[in-house]
Design a protein around this ligand. Sequence first.
Ligand code: URP
Ligand code: ZN
Ligand code: ZN
Length: 471
Amino acid sequence: MKTLIVNGTVVTANDELQADVLVDGERVVAIGLGLPRQADRVIDATGRYVMPGAVDVHTHMELPFGGTFASDDFATGTAAAAWGGTTTIVDFAVQSFGQSLHAGLEQWHKKAEGKAHIDYGFHMIVREINDSILQEMDQLVNEGVPSFKLFMAYPGVFMLDDGAIFKAMSRTADNGGLVMMHAENGGAIDVLVQRFLAEGKRDPINHGLTRPASMEGEATHRAIALAELAGVAVYIVHLSSKDALDAVRAARDQGAPAFAETCPQYLYLSLDDLARPGFEGAKYVCSPPLRPQRHQEDLWTGLVQNDLQLVATDHCPFDYKDQKVLGKGDFSKIPNGLPGVEDRFSLIFHGGVNSGRISPSRFVELVATAPAKMFGLYPRKGTIAPGSDADLVIFNPNVERTLSARTHHMRVDYSCYEGMTLRGLPEVVMQRGNILVEKGVFLGRKGSGQFLKRSRFHVPAGEPARAEAAV
Ligand code: URP
Ligand code: ZN
Ligand code: ZN
C-alpha cells in the first residue's frame, strides 16, 4: 500500500519545507516537491503541518499506586495517545519487592501485548539494588530496555538510598544504560507530611505544601553529583520547578551530561489548582507537585534554551470519583498522578508555537525527535526521513477547540484542562503507514502496537558529554 501526502508543510527538528511525503508499506520512502501521484491513497494536507508521530517517554498504564491502579490500560491509554498525535510510548515496568527485574518486565509485556494500539517500549523501575539486580540491569540493556527509573522519594515504597543509587549509576557507566531520577528529598518530605497530618492539615493543598521546590532542587543537585561521581549521564524525570532547573542548568554549563524533561502540567497548572475548594484539588495531586505559577515561565525558558530537552506527560490517571477519593481526609493517601497522554501535542503546540515561544521545528524536537534520540529509538521514530517508520501526524493549526472530559478519550472522569480553549488538532494520525485517526474517526486496531527494543544510551550529538568518573 502506497500513500502520498501532498501539499503539506513537512516539519522536522531541522527543517520546515513544502514537500510531499511518500509512504510505502510501513516506511517513509521519499520526501520532495511534486512526487509522482502514483499511490493507492493520496491525502491532501493543504494548510496543514506534516509532523513525525510524537514520542511520549513517560507513561504509567495500569500503574499500581496507593492501593489502586492507574485507570488507563494499554488499550485505552494508547488509543487516547493516538487521538492526540502520539504514536510511540515508553511505559514504566515495575519491579516488585523481592522479585527479579525480569518478573516485573514480564508482567508489563503481558499488560501490553494484544492491547496496545501504538508502538511501545519499556523502562524499568528498580526498587532495590543487589548483585543479582545489577546483573539483570546489564541483561535488560541488551534486551532493549536500557533505562532505569530510580526514586529519591516515597520512603518504604520506591525510595533508594544514595549508596544504592550510586551503585546503579556506576553500573550504567559500564553497561550503557541510563538512570532516570525521580528527584525529591523523600526523607524530609515524609517528616513534613507526618507533621502536617498531626496538625490536622489534611486537604489536598497540603500535598503541595509538604513537597517544597527546594527539596526537588536539592535532590536534583544530589542526583547530578552522584552521576558525576560515577562518570555517567543522568536524566531527571518530571522536572517541575525553577530550583531543579537551576541545578540542571548549572551542571550543563559545566559540561556535565545532565538531561531533563518537564511535563505540560508544570507549564499550565499551579498550586492554585491544588487549592481548589472542597476536595477538587485532589484532581491535581501528582509528584513533584504543581508549583506556584511563577515557575511556569522559567520552565518555558528552559525548553527554549535547551536546558530542558523534551516534554513527556507522566500520564498516570486516577478517577476523581472512585480513586482520588481514597485520600479524602488525608492528602497523603490521594493516588499521585494526572492524565495527559492525549493532550501533550496540542498543549505544547499551543503554548509553544501559537504563543511565539518556539518554532514548529523546536516543537517537533521537544515532543518527538529528542525523546526518540534520548531513548534509543531514533531514526526509526521521531523524524520524517526515508527509511523511518511512517508514523505521521497531519496537524491543522487553525482548528479552535475546547479540552474536556466529555470529549477526550482517556479513561478518566475529569480533565485537568476542562474548558480550556486552544488552537490545533491532529487530524490524521498514522502509524507505520496505517491510519489510526482520520476525520474524527478511530481506525486503529487493538494489539497492532509492537514492542520496541531500544538501543543503549548515547549522549545525543550536540549535548554536554563530559563523563569521566570524579574518583
Ligand atoms: O505523581 C506521579 N508523578 N505519579 C506517577 C509516578 C511517578 O512518580 O512518576
Ligand atoms: Zn516519578
Ligand atoms: Zn511518572
